[in-house]
Design a protein. Structure first.
Length: 278
């Protein structure tokens, strides 16, 4: 199965336009969006702005892609800039043609299973619905955070300690994942710790997830698709790496030029190519 994968659009129309052109040209069987696909939500109702984007922009684009590429399936993942209400809007949309990947219910398409992990370790960004401590006992972040208040149906400020202690760490979330039969692909917004996919400029330490790295080494998917660290391919010089013999990919992202990859699940290493890097 031929897959197109990209991540971290943050609502940029230019990137969505370029993705549509790429899909027309390459005719893949599946396109996967790896999280942080929506505008960050400036203004008085940031969560509402994302939900509006779902209905105004994303779902009509998914419908257009299926017209351009007969038989194309579309799957997506949430990311650390995304609100819980956005996921609910996606799942509630009738006949949208869009599958939301998660950890508990693997999705099988054309004989390949897909497991999605939207969570990432804490960041200074203000949305925390999909952030977790990486492992039990990790140091608590000292920045303020916003999250989704189910009781009021809107965003609210929450205490970091209260928030992170009320959620299982990323390692526990992954330990509870349902693993499909081989072959299967992991789509995890956070890249694995200490590889070519989790490097930032002007920071001399890795920023990926140790829990994701251990999960990949233990469960050994066919390959793993990541995002989150936009600059990693430029900083490290590579958009892919091997973790315990598993091919891991982070195409990175820019503001103006689409960074995406295409590959065939039958021969991912041999067929992997990038829209920018060669």
């Amino acid at each position: 199965m031929r897959i197109c994968y990209s991540s971290d659009f943050h609502g940029r129309q230019t990137l969505y336009d370029q993705l549509q052109a790429l899909l027309r040209a390459e005719q893949p069987e599946l396109v996967i969006l790896g999280g942080d696909m929506f505008p960050d939500g400036e203004g008085p109702d940031p969560a509402g702005a994302q939900v509006a984007f779902v209905h105004r922009e994303l779902l009509p684009r998914v419908a257009a892609w299926s017209q351009d590429v007969p038989g194309l399936a579309t799957a997506c993942l949430m990311g650390n800039h995304d609100w819980l209400s956005t996921e609910r809007a996606l799942r509630a949309a009738p006949d949208s043609g869009l599958t939301v990947l998660d950890l508990r219910q693997p999705w099988v398409h054309n004989g390949v299973g897909f497991v999605g992990c939207p969570y990432s370790p804490p960041t200074p960004h203000w949305v925390k619905d999909y952030e977790r401590l990486d492992a039990e006992g990790d140091e608590m972040p000292d920045f303020g955070i916003d999250s989704w208040a189910t009781q009021t149906g809107g965003p609210c400020e929450v205490d970091a300690g209260e928030h992170f202690h009320s959620k299982p760490p990323l390692a526990a979330e992954l330990a509870a994942a349902a693993i499909p039969a081989d072959p299967w692909v992991l789509v995890a917004h956070a890249p694995p710790y200490d590889c070519k996919l989790d490097r930032l400029p002007n920071i001399d330490y890795p920023v990926g997830s140790t829990a994701v790295r251990r999960f990949i080494a233990s469960e050994r998917p066919l390959c793993a698709l990541h995002g989150h660290v936009h600059e990693a391919p430029v900083v490290s010089g590579s958009y892919f790496d091997e973790v315990a013999g598993v091919l891991c990919i982070n195409p990175g992202q820019s503001h103006e030029r689409l960074q995406a990859v295409l590959f065939d699940t039958e021969r991912p290493r041999e067929t992997l190519r990038h829209t920018v890097f060669r």
